[in-house]
Design a protein around this ligand. Sequence first.
Ligand code: BES
Ligand code: MN
Ligand code: ZN
Length: 496
Amino acid sequence: MEVRAEFAKFYDVEADALVVTIYEGEKADEGALKELDERTGGIVSEMLGTDEMRGKQNDTVYIYKPKNIRAERLLLVGAGKREEFSLDTIRKVTGSAARFLRGKGARSMAVLRRSQLEIGNSAQAAVEGVLLGLFEPDTYKTENKEERRIHDLILLAATPGSEDALAQGVERGRIIGEAVNFARELSNEPSSTLTPTELAERAKETATRFGLDIDVLDEARMKELGMGALLGVARGSDEPAKMIVLRHTGDETNSNVIAIVGKGITFDSGGISIKPAEGMEKMKYDMSGAAATLAAMRAIAQLKPRVNVIGVMPTTENMPSGRAYKPGDVLRAMSGKTIEVINTDAEGRLILADAISYARKLGATKIIDLATLTGAVSIALGAINVAILGNDQLFVDEVRGAAREVGERFWQLPMDKDYREMIKSDIADIKNSSGRNAGTITAAYFLREFAEDTPWVHLDIAGTAWESERKPYMSKGPTGVAIRTLINYVCNHAAS
Ligand code: BES
Ligand code: MN
Ligand code: ZN
């Protein structure tokens, strides 16, 4: 998709469609709306206030060949309350408009800037919105595949002198939008295609293309390092496990390293504690944490913030077999801790335990892990909020702040010491499951044991990484949640 800014008046721009946002309760009595109303012979004022267009988010009115406007079509989109208008509104409005117009066969769309939000950030949000909106998980469709494309996005009403800010915003939006879609593509891949070995291959391609250092540990090296927790999970699978490590060195003079650690279970059958058949097909997306890590590292490589970041992706399948690990087994993690396996379906925390230890060994001074870790997070927060937990309130607040800035919703769960009791084992240092109560918190507590004294934040994305309903601004399927937050956190960190 080509993106360009135009300084022409909105009625002079050549495009298949012109997109204009309308605020809730707005009248066509001033500014661009008034001009639009006069040119179109009063359509706008006549329509406003009817049930078709009250300016509520998702209200859309599509006008065929509007008079006195060069664009072929006019699309009016509700933006909600003016006071609540934000970068996230821009993202959703442009996403909805792009999806709608693609359905009508439009190949170019022009968007009129109507808010006073900073121009670079607005442009970034618009580009992200269109890219995220147009994503379809249809790699494997041969029928009814969406072949139509929006080739040109035109941003209107830029102010002279803002060219640089605008160009930078467009570029950031493209980098971030493409990175998120890359992760969504990976999460959507069937597990027989996206094996741990294939995930490592895609990471290598990414590293070569965007300039990241990469190291992929095979099982022999993991054994040398004593990664008994990860290797325990891997035992049931015929696919060899990998530990993928990517590195961005943005500041050689600084010894601080942020580690992003993402769960990469390419298929979670539950293992010997096997899952019910219903819904098991979705467990191909149990590598969404690793996909987010890879995508964030890809964007970081392009944005080049002056900060050191490593991405650590432990990846394996969780399968039942004659060689699989079993309930009652005791595993010895890389840190030396022993773990009693109560349930082989609580495998994510096991592979993350060794990945977190390894990140610390590589010099991580801050760790953010993210994982489709527990079904319990959906019970607590639904598909709306990511659960955030950590051992350092300041760090939690920084990550939450970074999320808020990019329109992602994170909600903190408590980590009182008392929860530690729940993961005590009778025969080993800790156990990997303590039943249903406080499932998201006890899983986080388990990970906390391996972060030790390193500032650490955990994101449980099991409820939010997959959208089961299509939205006007987004297809259903993998969402790429948390990636924009990770990128924003790292860039904020570099700036401070
Ligand atoms: N990958 C699952 C968590 C999950 C469940 C993600 C549903 C997305 C949708 C994880 O490995 C798991 O199985 N967790 C168990 C833990 C339990 C055995 C303590 C769970 O949540 O049921
Ligand atoms: Mn599981
Ligand atoms: Zn899992």
